[in-house]
Design a protein around this ligand. Sequence first.
Ligand code: OFO
Length: 162
Amino acid sequence: MLKEKMLKSLNQQMNAEFYSSYLYLAMSSYFESENFSGIAKWMKIQSQEEYGHAMKFYNYILQAGGKINLSQIETPKSDWNSAEEVFKDTLKHEQKITKSIYDLVELSIEEKDHATNIFLQWFVTEQVEEEANASKILERIKLIGTNKNGLFYLDHELGKRA
Ligand code: OFO
């Protein structure tokens, strides 16, 4: 049985994951409008992954006997000045999500909630990958700079994500 504070925090994290899904969909539409359909596809898949993360919380809360609290999802930013700016925002966002996952882990330790602690371990590992992906793409974009050919090549590469 989940304690009240833990239940509230898990619901908040579920909401944050739905927001992540929204944010990456907004980023996907930005790249679509800039004719970078490969990066747009990468972002759309990322958005679907985030929906999956939110649903992991949804399923866990229900399984642990908790009540789902679907709250309003904040409107994401919808315009950027460059691909570099988008991936800077992506990395910043993932770092924020990592922090909130860590806060949840701390809470599970404080509350001696071992089941939730084990559930959260998947997210701890996942966040390492999330930050690494965003950081790697951002570094490549910085190297490319204003070279259009470089950006089109990156678009082609990221479009291979399945
Ligand atoms: Fe759900 O990991 Fe990104 O936000």
